[in-house]
Write a protein that binds this ligand. Sequence first.
Ligand SMILES: [Zn+2]
Length: 428
Amino acid sequence: MRRKDGQGCEDLTLIAYDASADGDDGYFKTETEKIAWLKARGFNVSETRKFNTPDEVIEYRRLVSEKRVNLPFDIDGLVVKDDKTDMEDLRLARPERQIAFKFELEQAVSILKDVEWSESGATYTPIGIIEPVRIAGTTVKRANLCNPAMIRDMKLKIGSAVVVVKRGEIIPKIEGRAVREDGFGPDGAAPDMPLFNEVSGEADSRLLPIEIPAKCESCGSSLVDAGTRLYCPNPACPKRLLHRIVKWVNVLDIREAGKKTLMQLFNKGRIKRIADLYTLEVQELAAFERMGELSAAKLVHNIRAPRSLSLADFIAGFDIEGVGSLTMENITLAGYDSLEKLRAANVEELSGVFLTGEITARSLVDGLRETADDMDAVLKTAMITITSAARRPLAGQSFCFTGELKTMKRGEAGERVKALGGTVNTSV
Ligand SMILES: [Zn+2]
């Protein structure tokens, strides 16, 4: 529960769903056996039932969905499992012998009261502030509006009645305007009610237009409204630069470098780009508020730990809009497998790469130019090296393992392929 001191643990109840024995795939042959084992050892386990037909499962789900209001905790559905355990698949992101069978989608009607614009890097995202409403056991006050195009498409205004949906995301989403059977919203407003009363010519006080910010709060540049994305186009925008540094630290998993520390260093002008991280010294960090000599030494040590990255991960670490490591993987596989080759490529060439559109290609070309000095400076420290293609003999090849392997587990085989530069797919 992210508590290192264990405080409050006495108030927690642990329910065990799963158990595994390291190195022995055949320990539990069935789920039933596994649950019984957990139970016999005193673990709390969730209620389980065995069924023989899909109809029985559907009927049971109906029963549970009726009973759940009386449960002492919130649940959003059932998990249906094959009784035969598959220890290997259990460790994958998407297990293949079990599936979530949720209850009806949770939604509620509320009123949009205000819109806040949350900033992440260069992007501004609208968040709707709504009249508090209960959905799936929690009180919801904020709901995602995604982008300016959504606001326009839904003809949303401050005061509109909206349908809020929660599908397991952290922030629920506004799905559209709520409409009654007569075509009017629960707020009494017609679906596309004008802001002005056409008869009296007066402004309707119940509905106000949503203002889309025009200027970047960090640098004052005019924001670009590209419909699906509102962003600050200034490559030197402080918000964007800080976001890049934080992203790099996350991609490299540099411990001790909290966002707060990075922000302080950034605001002081001590780090302006990624390469500046590598010039930090223990003494100056130790002089920092709340940072002891020991933490400072650890941080510097972690930053300077030599790391070797694939070209794809290296580029992805520079936080170029729309250019993640998967995109970069495709591009490097297409033959742009060195920084030199990438820099020499133009938008037309790159947008010819499988699954890479023109927008991404342009963003990459611009991003590579903007970050060129920073990238060179980082590489010059020699603490970061790009793994050469020569040490990746399987580069450009993709593998898919099915069934059982004789000498190792599928996951292990996948790791070894990746270490040699190949990619692993879960299906043909
Ligand atoms: Zn800006």
